[in-house]
Structures are given as C-alpha cells and as structure tokens.
Design a protein around this ligand. Structure first.
Ligand code: IPD
Length: 279
C-alpha cells in the first residue's frame, strides 16, 4: 500500500473496480440466458456443471481486472490463478448458482471479492436477473442496490426465536456427502420455521445480510463461493463463524446468522449431527 493511503481508501477503490467488473459480467450472464445454455464440462461429479458462460464470464473478469489492477492476483472458480505482487488477490465466482443458471431458475450471481493480505476488504455479489447488487467494503458497511433504490443493510441484534427462523442451506455435489447433509437437514427442519435451498451460497450469505434469511449454514464451500458473501454478511452486522472453529476452509461448516441466533443455530446443528467426519 502507498504511504499515506488508508485501508479505507484502498477498500473503496477496490470496491469501485469490483462493481464495474461484476456489472459487466452480470450483463454477460443475462445475455447467456437468451441463448441455449451449453455445458462445457462437469467437475466433481456429473451434477457439477460448468457452462460456456461460466468460462466466458471468468475470462471477462480476469481480463478487466488485469487491465485495471495489473499485479493483483486472481483465484477463479473456473481455474483462473494469478500470483499477486501487490498483496491484493481477487476471488471470483463467475456464476455462483450454476445449476440455477443452466435451468434458467432464478438465483444466480457473479461474486467478485478483493482480499488484501488474505482478508476480504471489498466485495460485490450481483444477481443480474433479479437486479440485486450487494456490495460491501471492510469497515464501510454493506448495501443493496435494486429497483427499490439503495439501502444500507443493518441487521437488528435480536429478533424471533430459532423456532420462528427461516434457515438457508446448500448441498455438495457428491452423493455420499448429500446423504449426510440430508440427514442433518431432517434434524434442522423439524426445529425451525422453514428451510430454503436457494442454490447460490453467495446469495444465501447476502440474504442473511438483507434479513431475507435468519440464518444459513453449509459445509464444503469453496473459497470463491463465500469470499464476497461473508464480507457482505459481516458488514451488515451478521455473525459468521464455522461450526468446527477456525477459518472457512472447504472441510468446515460456514454458519451465518443474526447475532442472537448464532448460539442456538450452532447448538441445533450439533444436535442434528453436523460437524462430524466429512463425507
Ligand atoms: C454452488 C452453489 C450452491 C452450493 C454449492 C456450491 P456453484 O456453487 O453455491 O448453492 O450449495 O455448495 O458449490 O457450483 O453454483 O458455483
């Protein structure tokens, strides 16, 4: 970082870049919805799709970031990897919610997060179909822009009990892991208002930030799935942790919730059998 330039200024600059890039990639995603979706590859299982638009959107984001921020690193879901010489690394999911995208089912987004020395400092999660753009910078708050205008996301510290909570979750792509996740879900479902499986972890985390979900949990997320959404949820005042403790690595369960719900949700997940050996 240049002498005399504060972290807040750096985060604001990175956020401006993230916003431009995410909006441009979002337009590409929407354009792709007008055409037949073409599967370019599968990844961890036959159900884990990569469309041509995933690849095109990541290429676009990588190109724009290289132009605007030469020297920054990149980690992208579709294999993009560039070393950083500046301390800034961009963590990019060109389409989070690829299954939704493939079917034309609502709930997909592009997630662009900037990490400075390993810590997310700016993030944009943009859902071009619904027209929701979530943005946050470290210490600068979280915001939602959509057809209703722009509003700061600020969660109340307290609210209804666990039994009246709407809880989001998601599943991995492997059959064995899904069996375990389904069994845990059965224990959770009986104790809450209802469950949502939105199909995009980044949007699920933003839904907690916006109060559209009271809590969200999922085990096995990749870095690009959660880098942007966690910053947005935290900046909105949500509590974010892992059930197993420690940072949100791919073997842990990320839990995001309104602050007063975090302990009840963690207790419920443990009772339901979460946090055991990973399938
Ligand atoms: C997936 C979505 C989904 C979550 C999966 C992720 P992708 O990401 O975020 O909601 O349940 O664990 O892999 O494959 O659509 O980028």
């Amino acid at each position: 970082m240049m002498a005399g330039v504060s972290n807040v200024t750096v985060a604001a600059d990175l956020l401006a870049v993230a916003l431009d890039v995410a909006l441009e990639a979002g337009a590409l995603l929407l354009e792709g919805q007008r055409r037949e979706r073409v599967v370019a590859a599968t990844k961890t299982s036959a159900t884990d799709l990569v469309t041509e638009v995933d690849q095109a959107a990541e290429a676009l984001v990588a190109d724009r970031l290289a132009q605007r921020r030469p020297g920054d690193g990149l980690v992208g879901e579709e294999g993009g990897a560039t070393e950083s010489t500046t301390g800034v690394v961009w963590v990019v999911d060109p389409i989070d919610g690829t299954t939704n995208y493939f079917y034309g089912y609502p709930g997909f987004c592009v997630s662009v997060a900037a990490e400075l020395n390993g810590r997310p400092v700016a993030a944009v999660v943009h859902d071009p179909q619904r027209g929701d753009t979530f943005l946050a910078s470290l210490g600068g708050g979280a915001f939602l822009r959509n057809m209703l205008g722009e509003r700061r996301l600020e969660l109340p510290a307290t609210g209804g009990p666990l039994e009246e909570s709407l809880v989001g979750t998601g599943f991995g792509y492997g059959a064995e892991r899904r069996k375990v996740q389904g069994a845990i879900l059965a224990g959770v479902l009986a104790r809450v208002r209802d469950i949502r499986r939105g199909g995009s972890a980044a949007l699920d985390l933003c839904s907690v930030a916006a109060g559209r979900l009271d809590a969200y949990y999922e085990r096995g997320l990749n870095h690009w799935d959660h880098a942007g959404g966690i910053l947005i949820a935290e900046e909105a005042g949500a509590a974010v942790t892992t059930l197993e403790g420690g940072p949100p690595t791919a073997d842990r369960t990320i839990v995001a919730a309104r602050a007063d719900l975090m302990e009840p949700v963690l207790a419920l997940l443990r009772q339901a059998g979460a946090g055991g050996p990973m399938a």
